[in-house]
Design a protein around this ligand. Structure first.
Ligand SMILES: *Cc1c(COP(=O)(O)O)cnc(C)c1O
Length: 387
């Protein structure tokens, strides 16, 4: 391969934004509302319709959306919620925001998703919620988590931040039992710059999410508990935050929703090209697909097989960076972070599957506008790096 090194680094992920988003944002800026206007509910409806659920609540970011989902589920001091250590910090940090205790359970060594068996073993009388993460966009076996939740009266909150556009049993991810949470950070399936959303089939959760997003305020006089419903009165019944999304972001999100299936098709095509190039390479281990659905293909993560190459992950990483490619590592297991070790007493060795995954994993560039030439360059450089 003699391709000239790209001048602009090839990132592991990035946004795809066009004239439609620019037009949509411009329209908002020329109009009456730049926050709390009609663009918000239009975007919420677009996501709810896509996910085949009646309710969606937009948030300032995915972390705020997770926080909202946990509070709506009633998570508070003394409660435990179980999640995967192989996730972004926000999944468990937002549990801590509620005063609850994050409890980790190990991943399945082949699918890299939270293991239902390990989750079952982590249950205690304090467990209130299960928070499986659709890692890299690949759906978790929700039926196994629903069965646990039924048996123990738990709420299932899907961290679907990787998974908008994926499917579970022929239905979109987001067609959830309790709640599912999305992020619209630039590397995710669609973006609003920063942004997030909770979807739910339950009206009572929807109402809690709406109030929580905006200081705990209730504006519908029919729902007032004590105050006289003069037209200017809002009633604060619970504590909330200002976690609102702006109308510019929502308008951008709605334009992105119209491109979602195209984005996913492109991610699928590129992922299949990686698989075709790497499946028979013994130096590389690929994610084992879950048979229950289709991946949104958020990440193309590989493991380097230490039995088949003496080259370390760090050496592969450095080689790719020197070739102007920017791979990433998803994730340093959360229980190894000093905050978690100091606060919750987690220790190295506690989740061997997540830890050994971390030792050898690498996420290759994957985003809808990745050119085939750039992808071929990545594949060639990877092969060279693997020695
Ligand atoms: C991106 C992400 C989040 C947080 O979303 P933000 O929008 O960045 O706050 C949470 N969980 C997972 C798994 C994510 O990938």
């Amino acid at each position: 391969m003699t391709k000239v090194q790209p001048y602009t680094p090839i990132p592991y992920g990035r946004q795809t934004v066009g004239a439609e988003e620019i037009d949509a944002v411009t329209q908002v800026l020329k109009g009456e509302f730049i926050t709390q206007g009609p663009a918000i509910s239009a975007f919420e409806s677009a996501v709810a319709d896509y996910c085949q659920v009646p309710y969606a609540v937009a948030f300032a970011n995915g972390t705020a959306a997770l926080h909202g989902a946990y509070v709506a589920a009633g998570l508070s001091a003394g409660d435990e919620a179980i999640t995967s250590p192989l996730t972004f910090l926000a999944t468990s940090n937002a549990m801590v925001f509620c005063g609850a205790t994050p409890v980790f359970a190990d991943i399945d060594p082949t699918t890299w998703n939270l293991s239902p068996e390990a989750t079952q073993q982590a249950l205690t009388p304090k467990t209130k919620a299960l928070v499986p993460v659709h890692f890299a966009g690949q759906p978790v076996d929700l039926a196994a988590f629903y069965a646990l939740a039924d048996q123990h009266n738990l709420v299932v909150i899907e961290d679907a931040c990787h998974a908008l556009g994926g499917t579970y049993q022929q239905k979109p991810i987001g067609a959830c039992r309790d709640m599912a949470v999305f992020s619209f950070h630039p590397v995710k399936s669609i973006t609003t710059g920063e942004g997030g959303m909770v979807v739910t089939p339950h009206k009572h959760l929807y109402e809690k999410l709406l109030a929580f997003r905006s200081h705990g305020m209730v504006r519908d006089a029919a729902k007032f508990e004590t105050l006289t419903p003069d037209p200017w009165v809002y009633e604060m019944q619970t504590l909330g935050y200002n976690y609102r999304m702006t109308d510019m972001q929502a308008a951008m999100g709605r334009a992105q929703m119209q491109k979602l299936s195209g984005f996913i098709a492109q991610r699928e095509m590129l992922s299949q090209r990686y698989e075709a190039a790497l499946a028979s390479d013994p130096r590389v281990i690929l994610q084992h697909p879950e048979p229950c659905g289709t991946s949104a293909r958020h990440l193309f993560a590989i493991r380097i097989n230490p039995q088949e190459t003496r080259v370390s992950r760090r050496e592969v990483y450095d080689h790719l960076v020197a070739a102007n490619i920017r791979p990433q590592v998803h994730y340093l297991p959360v229980h190894l972070q000093p905050y978690y070790r100091n606060t919750f007493g987690t220790v190295p060795g506690q989740f061997p599957n997540a830890e050994s995954y971390y030792e050898t994993c690498l996420s290759l560039p994957l985003y809808p506008s990745l050119s085939l030439d750039d992808q071929d360059f990545v594949i060639a450089q990877l092969s060279k790096a693997l020695g």
